[in-house]
Design a protein around this ligand. Structure first.
Ligand code: PBG
Length: 327
């Protein structure tokens, strides 16, 4: 009987490492933060064990600590203290994110700052765009009105010192509008990470607790993608690349590994995958119950996302992983 012997590759850990096709690296990881006003504030998020809303002073401490572990890239979400229907605090010069970027850039060298560009953390209704009334009890999101505001937010982040802006509102033409506005304000070197294929997902639940951004009526299905579709994801990604994105994204990650794979194969373009709040919390709570050894399960999951084709991993586990792996 003829057969192939492959087990020599599995003999011991050093040999397995030699043959490992996929490596996790701290350099690929992006750690999200929730930023709040005030001083010395560290608010636990009950649906995301181990993750806190931080005031800027504590955020800076935390970034310094994580940077010492080798993670250099951070994605900032701001929680507005004053919300209104148009989310106007999102582009104010002394908004929470604008202040945070300035202070980080002042105090920490070489921290790469990516900022979330969206309205949901700043609007009383919790939607990612401007809500208009069609008829009694019938609402819609005004796409074109919204992208103008997103461009304002992007400019204000760029002025504060952001390296990349990341529009997550899933409005059509948002990348184009932001690229044009950045360029016409001489921010040629500020990049864009487009949330290109962002699905309307139940996995965002814990994040909406963190940011207090649960839609007060309706849902996000009119602007986020239907999880039954994959062709549409390719169209969205292609549009973002054409509109001038520097990085495209698939979000969530774990239930969308097929999308990550086809997107990488088709476009060969820098691709990030967002291992979202629900994916994080499921693992955390399961580990608290003793179901898994956290390191083993997290390494397996994050490696699978990378193996599928993601170049960057946006993950709340970044700090822990950085402790586990040595580059
Ligand atoms: C909102 C936004 C969401 C996330 C990132 N940006 C939530 C949403 O669309 O409701 C989710 C991230 C996560 O779940 O970790 N623009």
């Amino acid at each position: 009987m003829e057969f192939t012997r492959l087990r020599k590759y599995r003999k011991n850990e050093i040999i397995r490492n030699l043959f490992a096709e996929t490596q996790l690296s701290v350099k690929d990881m992006i750690l999200p933060f929730f930023v709040i006003d005030g001083k010395n504030k560290k608010e636990p998020i009950s649906s995301m064990p181990g993750i806190y809303r931080l005031s800027i002073d504590l955020l800076i401490k935390e970034i310094q600590e994580v940077k010492n572990l080798g993670v250099n890239t951070f994605l900032l979400f701001g929680l507005a203290d004053r919300k209104n229907t148009t989310g106007s605090q999102s582009y104010s010069k002394d908004g929470i994110i604008q202040k945070a970027i300035k202070q980080i850039k002042d105090k920490i060298e070489n921290a790469v700052i990516i900022t979330d560009v969206c309205l949901c953390g700043h609007t009383t209704h919790g939607h990612c765009g401007i809500v208009k009334k069609e008829k009694k009890n019938r609402f819609y999101i005004d796409n074109d009105e919204t992208i103008k505001i997103l461009a304002e937010i992007a400019i204000s982040h760029a002025e504060s010192g952001a390296d990349f802006v990341a529009p997550s509102a899933m409005m059509d033409g948002q990348v184009k509008k932001i690229r044009q506005s950045l360029d016409s304000n001489n921010f040629y070197n500020i990049g864009i990470m487009g949330y290109s294929a962002k699905y309307a997902s139940a996995f965002y639940g814990p994040f909406r607790d963190a940011l207090d951004s649960k839609p007060q009526f309706g849902d996000r299905k009119t602007y986020q993608m239907d999880f039954r579709n994959s062709q549409q994801a390719l169209k969205e990604i292609e549009a973002d690349i054409k509109e001038g994105a520097d990085i495209v994204m698939v979000k969530p990650a774990l239930s969308y590994l097929d999308i990550i794979k086809i997107a990488k194969e088709k476009f060969k373009f820098p691709l990030s995958a967002y291992n979202v709040s629900g994916e994080y919390s499921m693992i955390k709570f399961a580990c608290q119950q003793g179901l898994f050894k956290e390191k083993d399960i997290v390494m397996e999951i994050l490696t699978s996302i990378k193996r599928a084709g993601a170049d960057f991993l946006i993950t709340y586990f970044a700090k822990e992983v950085a402790k586990w792996i040595q580059d």
